[in-house]
Design a protein around this ligand. Structure first.
Ligand SMILES: C[S@@+](CC[C@H](N)C(=O)[O-])C[C@H]1O[C@@H](n2cnc3c(N)ncnc32)[C@H](O)[C@@H]1O
Length: 258
């Protein structure tokens, strides 16, 4: 392998970060990385690796740039309505309690939306909602539960009153809701999955993965659910070969394990 080549870069980067860029779509990833390199005046991959090793700030910005961790409370509200009106009641017909995982939870908006919905709709949770992400820094933010006025735009006013405490210009999620979520660092491409989940959310995470990686990942999610369990995916996503994985579509963006 040539020093300074793309292959060399991804191998070095994996040593620095544990992130395996081979699993991501190369053209998009290369474009994102090259545009970032230009912004920090790195002329080639060797210079860039030196910079990433030396400068924690640049490294951090780069991670933000490639993992893209924007999120929103109740992202795609119409899909959350389906979750609450149809999917969860269906799950509760089969079992008395729910075991839930928000995979790729970013700064916490998704698992906290689940926790608020669980409070409002009185979902009987088997255990805390598991919320995982590869990125330690977003998990730290998630754990603090502090959001700007822009960040809480998707939150219904009633929930803002019930589940947030205003702190100056910001809003902090209440302890009651925070305690319902268990945040954990976890790489979906490398770490072991739990078992027996009733509901998994993996939304807007796989967009940069290759088709092969997505396929493997959805198979592992299917294995991690109990029969009848449901996976809720992002609004631009679709599970091809769902049947082969033992999944069937029960509503747009929701697949059930057969
Ligand atoms: C766009 S956010 C999605 C947040 C939330 N699920 C939503 O839909 O609003 C994507 C998240 O996936 C995480 N991610 C990317 N690759 C990952 C991996 N291999 N394992 C776990 N999380 C990963 C990123 O760190 C980022 O926080």
């Amino acid at each position: 392998m040539n020093t300074g080549s793309w292959e060399w870069f991804i191998e070095r980067f994996e040593k620095i970060s544990r992130i395996d860029l081979k699993a991501y779509k190369r053209p998009q990833m290369e474009r994102r990385i090259n545009s970032f390199m230009r912004s920090v005046n790195a002329a080639n991959y060797q210079e860039f690796v030196n910079l990433l090793t030396r400068d924690k700030d640049v490294y951090r910005k780069f991670l933000d740039h490639i993992t893209i961790n924007v999120s929103e409370f109740f992202r795609n509200p119409a899909h959350w309505e389906i979750l609450r009106r149809e999917i969860v009641p269906l799950l509760l017909k089969q079992r008395n309690t729910l075991k839930i995982w928000s995979a790729g939870c970013s700064t916490g908006e998704e698992p906290y939306s689940l926790a608020m919905a669980a409070k409002e709709d009185r979902w009987p949770l088997k255990e805390k909602i598991l919320a995982t992400d590869i990125d330690r820094e977003v998990l730290e933010k998630a754990g603090m539960g502090l959001y700007t006025a822009k960040g809480i735009e998707g939150v219904p006013t009633l929930y803002l009153k019930r589940y947030f405490i205003q702190q100056g210009a910001n809003y902090r999620i209440s302890d009651e809701v925070r305690q319902m979520v268990n945040f954990k660092q976890h790489d979906l491409l490398k770490d072991a999955f739990g078992k027996d989940f009733d509901l998994i959310l993996c939304r807007n995470v796989v967009i940069y993965f290759t088709e092969e990686t997505k396929d493997k990942l959805y198979r592992r999610f299917a294995e991690a659910m109990r029969p009848g369990g449901v996976i809720f995916i992002g609004s631009t996503e679709q599970i091809f070969n769902a049947r082969e994985m033992g999944l069937k579509s029960i509503a747009t963006f929701f697949y059930q394990k057969i």
